[in-house]
Design a protein around this ligand. Structure first.
Ligand SMILES: NC(=O)c1ccc[n+]([C@@H]2O[C@H](COP(=O)([O-])OP(=O)(O)OC[C@H]3O[C@@H](n4cnc5c(N)ncnc54)[C@H](OP(=O)(O)O)[C@@H]3O)[C@@H](O)[C@H]2O)c1
Length: 260
């Protein structure tokens, strides 16, 4: 694949799996996260496993800081000349009843999951519009269209990402830029450990899980065949159909199942 792909949150989980999948296809990679040691390990692995791939650019970037996201895109263009695909993947989960979320927790998850994605959308537009080409992908969640108990703050950020993606897709289409949202269901990553740490309670998967590699392969397919939304777990779409057609029944089913 002859594309320059920038990935935020590439130090673990879906972002790292996507980097490996893309590297095996020859893409040029820009890997960003806060844990640079993890990115360096990934880049070294990629160099060992995929010799024809140009060495990835590794950059420390906290997506909650707009100036760091701007610097990331500037560095990517300096290294590779342009960015073909920008993947706003960095994010984390939080489990707490809506009334018990602290103001600090609320602002922090909004700043990372939503503002971090928006900064990527702004910077991607800045570098892609002059070339009239590009693809922006937001990693949202299957929960973007129907929240669950304890997941209000997290779901809020994922729904907001979807709204931004829907608007920007239409805004940038005349500029030759595609915008997609990706909606994974439970995926085997460090997400649940981090969500448990931040929530002060165990956070487990909901329903059947997928591997990060399986999600990554579908995201690569999305890069090759752009479409508005990717729902890697097909079952989640059926659940959503029920949730939007019959919200009362969905509430009853969910309360019978209890909360996790
Ligand atoms: N796993 C699931 O079940 C699931 C389901 C639906 C959607 N998702 C979404 O998928 C995306 C990736 O999550 P994952 O499952 O792969 O979890 P993960 O393994 O915990 O990876 C999260 C990534 O986000 C990065 N990150 C977090 N805060 C950041 C910040 N402020 N600045 C820069 N990077 C930051 C982390 O890197 P550093 O800590 O090194 O910065 C890490 O690379 C998230 O947006 C998540 O909401 C996950």
């Amino acid at each position: 694949m002859d594309k320059v792909v920038l990935i935020t949150g590439a130090s673990s989980g879906i972002g790292a799996a996507l980097a490996r999948e893309l590297a095996s296809r020859g893409a040029k990679l820009v890997l960003a996260a806060r844990r640079v040691d993890r990115l360096e390990e990934l880049a070294a692995d990629i160099r060992r496993q995929s010799p024809p791939t140009p060495p990835p650019l590794v950059q420390r970037c906290d997506v909650s800081v707009g100036s760091e996201v701007e610097a990331l895109f500037t560095a990517a263009v300096a290294q590779f000349g342009h960015v073909d695909v920008a993947v706003a993947n960095a994010g984390y989960g939080l489990n707490a009843p809506v009334h018990a979320i602290s103001e600090e927790q609320m602002q922090a998850i909004w700043q990372t999951n939503l503002m971090g994605s928006w900064y990527v959308m702004v910077q991607a537009a800045r570098v892609m519009m002059p070339r009239k080409s590009g693809h922006i992908m937001l990693v949202s969640s299957a929960i973007a269209r129907r929240s669950l108990p304890l997941m209000g703050a997290y779901a809020m950020t994922k729904a907001a990402q979807l709204s931004l993606a829907q608007s920007q897709r239409l805004e940038l289409a005349p500029h030759g830029i595609y915008v997609s949202s990706v909606h994974p269901a439970s995926t085997e990553t460090e997400f649940f450990r981090e969500a448990s740490r931040r929530s002060g309670r165990p956070v487990g998967m909901v329903g059947q899980s997928q591997t990060a590699a399986a999600v990554a392969r579908k995201m690569v397919h999305l890069m090759e065949h752009p479409r508005p939304e990717l729902w890697p777990a097909t079952g989640s779409r059926l659940g959503l159909w029920l949730a939007s057609a019959l919200p009362g029944l969905t509430d009853r089913i969910l309360s019978r199942k209890g909360t996790r």
